[in-house]
Design a binder for this molecule. Structure first.
Ligand code: PLP
Length: 301
Protein backbone atom coordinates (compact mmCIF):
# COMPACT_ATOMS: atom_id res chain seq x y z
CA UNK A 1 0.00 0.00 0.00
CA UNK A 2 1.17 3.57 -0.64
CA UNK A 3 3.03 5.09 2.28
CA UNK A 4 2.63 8.70 3.35
CA UNK A 5 6.10 9.03 4.85
CA UNK A 6 8.59 11.20 2.94
CA UNK A 7 12.18 10.22 2.16
CA UNK A 8 14.78 11.17 4.76
CA UNK A 9 17.24 13.30 2.73
CA UNK A 10 16.07 16.54 1.05
CA UNK A 11 18.00 15.87 -2.18
CA UNK A 12 16.56 12.40 -2.82
CA UNK A 13 13.77 11.78 -5.29
CA UNK A 14 10.35 13.00 -4.17
CA UNK A 15 7.02 11.49 -5.20
CA UNK A 16 3.71 13.28 -4.88
CA UNK A 17 0.57 11.35 -5.82
CA UNK A 18 -2.52 13.21 -6.96
CA UNK A 19 -5.19 12.10 -4.53
CA UNK A 20 -8.53 13.87 -3.89
CA UNK A 21 -8.04 13.33 -0.14
CA UNK A 22 -4.84 15.46 -0.25
CA UNK A 23 -5.43 18.82 -2.04
CA UNK A 24 -1.69 19.62 -2.10
CA UNK A 25 -0.82 16.08 -3.24
CA UNK A 26 0.22 13.07 -1.16
CA UNK A 27 3.98 12.74 -0.56
CA UNK A 28 5.17 9.15 -0.83
CA UNK A 29 8.45 7.40 -0.14
CA UNK A 30 10.34 6.89 -3.43
CA UNK A 31 12.42 4.11 -1.86
CA UNK A 32 9.28 2.02 -1.29
CA UNK A 33 6.92 0.36 -3.80
CA UNK A 34 4.04 2.73 -4.58
CA UNK A 35 2.28 1.27 -7.63
CA UNK A 36 0.25 -1.91 -7.82
CA UNK A 37 2.00 -4.52 -9.96
CA UNK A 38 -1.23 -4.80 -11.98
CA UNK A 39 -1.14 -1.11 -13.00
CA UNK A 40 -1.48 -0.94 -16.79
CA UNK A 41 1.37 1.56 -16.84
CA UNK A 42 3.64 -1.23 -15.62
CA UNK A 43 2.10 -4.16 -17.50
CA UNK A 44 1.50 -2.43 -20.85
CA UNK A 45 3.36 0.89 -20.79
CA UNK A 46 -0.13 2.39 -21.09
CA UNK A 47 0.19 5.97 -19.94
CA UNK A 48 1.66 9.39 -20.62
CA UNK A 49 4.26 11.67 -19.10
CA UNK A 50 6.05 15.01 -19.23
CA UNK A 51 9.59 15.94 -18.17
CA UNK A 52 10.40 19.50 -17.28
CA UNK A 53 13.08 21.55 -15.61
CA UNK A 54 12.54 23.55 -12.43
CA UNK A 55 14.90 26.36 -11.44
CA UNK A 56 14.83 27.99 -8.00
CA UNK A 57 11.70 26.02 -7.09
CA UNK A 58 9.79 27.19 -10.20
CA UNK A 59 8.86 24.89 -13.10
CA UNK A 60 9.85 26.19 -16.56
CA UNK A 61 7.25 26.38 -19.35
CA UNK A 62 4.63 24.75 -17.11
CA UNK A 63 1.65 25.75 -19.23
CA UNK A 64 3.26 24.32 -22.42
CA UNK A 65 3.93 21.03 -20.60
CA UNK A 66 0.43 20.86 -19.12
CA UNK A 67 -1.13 21.53 -22.50
CA UNK A 68 1.02 18.80 -24.14
CA UNK A 69 0.04 16.42 -21.31
CA UNK A 70 -3.61 17.21 -22.03
CA UNK A 71 -3.02 16.59 -25.74
CA UNK A 72 -1.33 13.22 -25.00
CA UNK A 73 -4.29 12.35 -22.74
CA UNK A 74 -6.69 13.03 -25.62
CA UNK A 75 -4.68 10.70 -27.90
CA UNK A 76 -4.97 7.91 -25.29
CA UNK A 77 -8.51 8.80 -24.15
CA UNK A 78 -7.28 9.17 -20.59
CA UNK A 79 -9.11 11.28 -18.05
CA UNK A 80 -6.36 13.20 -16.23
CA UNK A 81 -6.32 15.56 -13.22
CA UNK A 82 -6.83 19.28 -13.84
CA UNK A 83 -4.10 21.92 -13.93
CA UNK A 84 -4.69 23.00 -10.32
CA UNK A 85 -4.02 19.50 -9.00
CA UNK A 86 -0.80 19.26 -11.02
CA UNK A 87 0.39 22.71 -9.96
CA UNK A 88 -0.22 21.93 -6.28
CA UNK A 89 1.52 18.55 -6.46
CA UNK A 90 4.52 20.03 -8.32
CA UNK A 91 4.81 22.74 -5.69
CA UNK A 92 4.70 20.17 -2.87
CA UNK A 93 7.36 18.06 -4.60
CA UNK A 94 9.67 20.99 -5.29
CA UNK A 95 9.41 22.25 -1.71
CA UNK A 96 10.26 18.78 -0.38
CA UNK A 97 13.15 18.40 -2.86
CA UNK A 98 14.50 21.86 -2.02
CA UNK A 99 17.37 22.14 -4.54
CA UNK A 100 18.30 24.98 -6.96
CA UNK A 101 17.51 22.78 -9.98
CA UNK A 102 15.31 19.73 -10.45
CA UNK A 103 13.78 17.47 -13.05
CA UNK A 104 10.00 17.30 -12.62
CA UNK A 105 8.12 14.43 -14.20
CA UNK A 106 4.34 14.35 -14.50
CA UNK A 107 3.06 10.79 -14.94
CA UNK A 108 -0.31 9.24 -15.62
CA UNK A 109 -1.02 5.54 -16.13
CA UNK A 110 -4.32 3.93 -17.05
CA UNK A 111 -4.39 2.42 -13.53
CA UNK A 112 -5.44 -1.14 -12.80
CA UNK A 113 -7.38 -3.13 -15.38
CA UNK A 114 -11.12 -2.44 -15.35
CA UNK A 115 -11.03 0.21 -12.60
CA UNK A 116 -11.12 3.15 -15.03
CA UNK A 117 -9.16 5.23 -12.53
CA UNK A 118 -5.85 6.59 -13.83
CA UNK A 119 -2.88 6.77 -11.44
CA UNK A 120 -1.27 10.22 -11.50
CA UNK A 121 1.82 11.47 -9.77
CA UNK A 122 4.72 13.90 -9.84
CA UNK A 123 8.34 12.83 -9.46
CA UNK A 124 11.02 15.39 -8.56
CA UNK A 125 14.65 14.35 -8.87
CA UNK A 126 18.17 15.62 -9.53
CA UNK A 127 19.28 16.95 -12.94
CA UNK A 128 21.56 14.31 -14.52
CA UNK A 129 25.23 15.33 -14.76
CA UNK A 130 25.60 13.72 -18.21
CA UNK A 131 23.27 16.23 -19.87
CA UNK A 132 25.32 19.16 -18.57
CA UNK A 133 28.53 17.56 -19.92
CA UNK A 134 26.94 16.90 -23.31
CA UNK A 135 25.76 20.51 -23.51
CA UNK A 136 29.35 21.64 -23.07
CA UNK A 137 31.21 19.03 -25.12
CA UNK A 138 28.63 18.44 -27.86
CA UNK A 139 27.23 15.21 -29.26
CA UNK A 140 28.17 12.50 -31.70
CA UNK A 141 24.93 11.41 -33.30
CA UNK A 142 23.88 8.61 -35.65
CA UNK A 143 20.89 8.53 -38.01
CA UNK A 144 18.50 5.62 -37.43
CA UNK A 145 15.46 4.64 -39.49
CA UNK A 146 12.14 4.80 -37.63
CA UNK A 147 10.51 2.73 -40.35
CA UNK A 148 7.43 4.73 -41.31
CA UNK A 149 6.64 7.66 -43.59
CA UNK A 150 6.59 11.24 -42.30
CA UNK A 151 2.93 11.64 -43.33
CA UNK A 152 1.62 8.56 -41.48
CA UNK A 153 0.40 10.23 -38.23
CA UNK A 154 -3.06 11.46 -39.37
CA UNK A 155 -3.75 8.16 -41.20
CA UNK A 156 -2.84 6.00 -38.18
CA UNK A 157 -4.02 7.68 -34.94
CA UNK A 158 -3.65 4.34 -33.09
CA UNK A 159 0.13 4.70 -33.39
CA UNK A 160 -0.13 7.69 -31.02
CA UNK A 161 2.51 9.60 -33.02
CA UNK A 162 2.84 13.02 -31.45
CA UNK A 163 1.76 11.84 -27.96
CA UNK A 164 4.32 11.54 -25.14
CA UNK A 165 3.49 8.02 -24.00
CA UNK A 166 5.19 5.87 -21.39
CA UNK A 167 6.11 3.39 -24.16
CA UNK A 168 9.68 4.68 -24.49
CA UNK A 169 11.34 1.24 -24.72
CA UNK A 170 12.03 1.76 -28.44
CA UNK A 171 13.55 5.20 -27.81
CA UNK A 172 15.78 3.78 -25.06
CA UNK A 173 16.79 0.85 -27.31
CA UNK A 174 17.81 3.36 -30.01
CA UNK A 175 20.00 5.17 -27.48
CA UNK A 176 21.64 1.88 -26.38
CA UNK A 177 22.24 1.03 -30.04
CA UNK A 178 23.94 4.42 -30.51
CA UNK A 179 26.10 3.86 -27.43
CA UNK A 180 27.19 0.46 -28.81
CA UNK A 181 28.33 2.30 -31.97
CA UNK A 182 30.33 4.77 -29.84
CA UNK A 183 27.82 7.59 -30.39
CA UNK A 184 25.97 9.69 -27.79
CA UNK A 185 22.57 10.13 -29.36
CA UNK A 186 20.26 9.47 -32.30
CA UNK A 187 18.31 11.34 -34.96
CA UNK A 188 15.44 9.29 -36.33
CA UNK A 189 14.64 9.47 -40.04
CA UNK A 190 11.38 8.43 -41.69
CA UNK A 191 11.04 5.63 -44.24
CA UNK A 192 10.62 8.33 -46.89
CA UNK A 193 13.91 9.97 -45.92
CA UNK A 194 12.88 12.92 -43.72
CA UNK A 195 14.66 14.05 -40.58
CA UNK A 196 12.34 13.54 -37.58
CA UNK A 197 13.58 13.91 -33.96
CA UNK A 198 15.85 12.41 -31.33
CA UNK A 199 14.59 9.72 -28.91
CA UNK A 200 14.28 12.39 -26.19
CA UNK A 201 14.79 15.66 -28.08
CA UNK A 202 13.88 17.85 -31.06
CA UNK A 203 16.25 18.58 -33.95
CA UNK A 204 17.29 22.12 -34.80
CA UNK A 205 19.63 23.52 -37.46
CA UNK A 206 20.92 27.02 -38.17
CA UNK A 207 21.74 28.50 -41.58
CA UNK A 208 23.48 31.80 -42.17
CA UNK A 209 22.86 33.69 -45.41
CA UNK A 210 24.82 36.96 -45.24
CA UNK A 211 23.36 38.82 -42.27
CA UNK A 212 20.26 36.64 -42.10
CA UNK A 213 20.17 33.82 -39.57
CA UNK A 214 17.61 31.08 -39.92
CA UNK A 215 16.55 28.40 -37.42
CA UNK A 216 14.89 25.33 -38.90
CA UNK A 217 13.21 22.35 -37.23
CA UNK A 218 11.49 19.38 -38.92
CA UNK A 219 7.80 19.69 -39.87
CA UNK A 220 5.79 19.51 -36.66
CA UNK A 221 3.12 17.35 -38.35
CA UNK A 222 5.58 14.62 -39.38
CA UNK A 223 4.67 12.27 -36.53
CA UNK A 224 7.09 13.84 -34.05
CA UNK A 225 6.52 15.21 -30.57
CA UNK A 226 6.11 19.00 -30.72
CA UNK A 227 8.99 20.14 -28.48
CA UNK A 228 8.17 22.71 -25.83
CA UNK A 229 11.80 23.89 -25.75
CA UNK A 230 11.98 24.22 -29.54
CA UNK A 231 8.69 26.16 -29.35
CA UNK A 232 9.95 28.51 -26.63
CA UNK A 233 13.27 29.08 -28.39
CA UNK A 234 11.58 29.76 -31.74
CA UNK A 235 9.27 32.38 -30.23
CA UNK A 236 12.16 34.16 -28.49
CA UNK A 237 14.61 33.85 -31.42
CA UNK A 238 12.07 35.39 -33.77
CA UNK A 239 11.84 38.42 -31.48
CA UNK A 240 15.66 38.59 -31.57
CA UNK A 241 15.59 38.80 -35.40
CA UNK A 242 16.01 35.16 -36.45
CA UNK A 243 14.01 33.75 -39.35
CA UNK A 244 12.15 30.51 -38.62
CA UNK A 245 11.60 27.45 -40.79
CA UNK A 246 9.61 24.24 -40.26
CA UNK A 247 11.18 21.71 -42.62
CA UNK A 248 10.82 19.43 -44.35
CA UNK A 249 14.43 18.48 -43.65
CA UNK A 250 16.44 15.64 -45.16
CA UNK A 251 19.82 14.38 -43.84
CA UNK A 252 21.67 16.49 -46.46
CA UNK A 253 20.25 19.61 -44.77
CA UNK A 254 21.90 18.52 -41.50
CA UNK A 255 25.26 17.98 -43.22
CA UNK A 256 25.05 21.41 -44.90
CA UNK A 257 23.92 23.30 -41.75
CA UNK A 258 26.12 25.97 -40.15
CA UNK A 259 25.32 24.36 -36.78
CA UNK A 260 22.86 21.76 -35.48
CA UNK A 261 21.51 20.84 -32.05
CA UNK A 262 19.32 18.44 -30.14
CA UNK A 263 17.08 20.46 -27.87
CA UNK A 264 14.91 19.38 -24.93
CA UNK A 265 13.60 20.59 -21.59
CA UNK A 266 16.29 19.24 -19.26
CA UNK A 267 19.46 18.97 -21.36
CA UNK A 268 18.47 22.17 -23.18
CA UNK A 269 20.54 23.08 -26.26
CA UNK A 270 23.16 20.38 -26.96
CA UNK A 271 25.33 21.07 -30.03
CA UNK A 272 25.91 18.25 -32.53
CA UNK A 273 29.58 17.78 -33.43
CA UNK A 274 29.25 14.87 -35.85
CA UNK A 275 26.49 12.91 -37.54
CA UNK A 276 27.43 9.44 -38.78
CA UNK A 277 31.06 10.50 -38.27
CA UNK A 278 30.81 13.66 -40.45
CA UNK A 279 31.57 17.05 -38.88
CA UNK A 280 28.63 19.48 -38.80
CA UNK A 281 29.26 23.17 -39.53
CA UNK A 282 32.40 24.86 -38.25
CA UNK A 283 33.71 25.05 -34.69
CA UNK A 284 33.38 28.85 -34.78
CA UNK A 285 29.81 28.87 -36.06
CA UNK A 286 28.84 26.22 -33.53
CA UNK A 287 30.40 28.11 -30.62
CA UNK A 288 28.96 31.52 -31.61
CA UNK A 289 25.47 30.29 -32.45
CA UNK A 290 25.24 27.99 -29.42
CA UNK A 291 26.20 30.88 -27.12
CA UNK A 292 23.69 33.22 -28.77
CA UNK A 293 20.80 30.75 -28.75
CA UNK A 294 21.56 29.50 -25.21
CA UNK A 295 21.31 33.09 -24.00
CA UNK A 296 18.01 33.57 -25.82
CA UNK A 297 16.72 30.31 -24.33
CA UNK A 298 17.85 31.28 -20.82
CA UNK A 299 15.73 34.43 -21.11
CA UNK A 300 12.53 32.45 -21.73
CA UNK A 301 10.01 31.69 -18.97
N1 PLP B 1 10.93 14.55 -28.94
C1 PLP B 1 10.86 13.51 -28.09
C2 PLP B 1 10.61 12.14 -28.63
C3 PLP B 1 11.03 13.70 -26.70
O1 PLP B 1 10.96 12.68 -25.86
C4 PLP B 1 11.30 15.01 -26.23
C5 PLP B 1 11.48 15.28 -24.80
O2 PLP B 1 11.62 14.40 -24.00
C6 PLP B 1 11.38 16.07 -27.15
C7 PLP B 1 11.18 15.80 -28.50
C8 PLP B 1 11.67 17.46 -26.68
O3 PLP B 1 10.57 17.98 -26.01
P1 PLP B 1 10.70 19.11 -24.90
O4 PLP B 1 11.48 20.23 -25.52
O5 PLP B 1 9.30 19.51 -24.64
O6 PLP B 1 11.41 18.52 -23.75
Amino acid sequence: MPSTSSPSTPSSTQLVFIDPAFPAGRLADASQPQLLATDLGATRGDGIFESLLAVAGKPKKLSAHLSRLASSARFLELDIPGEEAWTAAIDTGLKAFDQPEAVVKLLVTRGIEGANLPTSWVQVSAVPELGKQQREKGLDVILLDRGYDADLAPRAPWLLLGAKTLSYAVNMAALRYAHQQGADDVIFTSADGRVLEGPTSSVLIAKRHGKTKQLITPQLDSGILPGTTQGALFAAAQKAGWELGYGPLVPQDLFEADAAWLISSVRLLAPINRIDGKEIGTVQNQAELTAELSEILAGTE
